[in-house]
Design a binder for this molecule. Structure first.
Ligand code: GLP
Length: 256
């Protein structure tokens, strides 16, 4: 794992935006795995400002709430179009998001997996992290080899979503999410986490044991995972000084 600690969310997002820009430069038909949430908003803003060519890019989003229509203001479809896709030259048919209204959910999830395979797999998967250590919507006790499927949200995650939904009874219980195994097959992974309320989950994921109780801890088994943090999200890391030193003294060939 490479742990990158920057002073602010903007600086951390800049590092990640450069990583994506380099990928799209090297591989104009790259396949990106995308995430939602407050964490990725500054990154998406920076990507829009970079005016990259997205005409040959394909994207697969991690997850969606079951029961919400794409037009629902809190759906991840709405989030993605509002914050990113509408500002890019990406083709509508190159954008994949799980369908929260699928009727046969297991069959739909198998199809989603098949679409990722047909696209050649994910080159770079973006991730946020839940305060309970989830990635995508893989809640604690998710199988670490799981595939795209329906999951039930924990009360902690539902409470975290109250600000956007306006009340806990409005937050859906069920979601469709890429599995932990699906995520781990991405050739590159960048997990972003900002703010003190993510510090415990980050420390558990990065410096704790690998456990299904903290699904993000499986990233320790990924050959190239990058964990991109602002300073507050890094406050509980025991080896933070070491990570800072490593980043500041990287040989030029390893910079991105
Ligand atoms: C949801 C998403 C995750 C995201 C998390 C963090 O749970 N399914 O993919 O990482 O929110 O959200 P935020 O960035 O708003 O803290």
């Amino acid at each position: 794992m490479e742990i990158i600690i920057r002073p602010t969310p903007e600086a951390a997002s800049g590092v990640t935006a450069n990583l994506i820009a380099r990928l799209l430069h090297d591989k104009p038909n790259a396949v990106l795995g995308l995430a939602t949430g407050d964490t990725v908003v500054p990154l998406y803003r920076q990507l829009v400002a970079m005016k990259l060519d997205w005409s040959r890019v394909k994207t697969f989003n991690l997850d969606e709430y079951v029961g919400l229509s794409p037009e629902h203001p809190q759906s991840y479809h709405s989030f993605m179009w509002e914050n990113l896709f509408q500002h890019l030259n990406i083709k509508k048919e190159s954008v994949y998001l799980p369908d929260g209204q699928a009727t046969d959910i297991p069959a739909y999830c198998a199809l989603y997996e098949e679409s990722i395979r047909e696209a050649g797999g994910i080159d770079l998967q973006l991730l946020g992290i839940g305060t309970d250590g989830h990635i995508g919507f893989n809640e604690p006790t998710s199988s670490l080899v799981s595939r795209t499927r329906i999951k039930t949200l924990t009360e902690q995650t539902r409470a975290d979503k109250v600000p956007s939904f306006g009340g806990q009874d409005q937050v859906p219980h069920h979601v469709i999410t890429m599995g932990v195994g699906t995520i781990m097959e991405a050739r590159q992974i960048a997990l972003l986490a900002f703010g003190r309320n993510k510090a415990q989950a980050v420390a558990d994921a990065v410096e704790g044991p690998i456990t299904a109780m903290i699904p993000a801890s499986i990233l320790q088994m990924h050959p190239t995972a990058k964990i991109v943090l602002d300073e507050p999200a890094a406050v509980q890391l025991k080896k933070a000084d070491y990570y800072r030193w490593v980043y500041n003294h990287k040989p030029d060939s390893q910079r991105f």
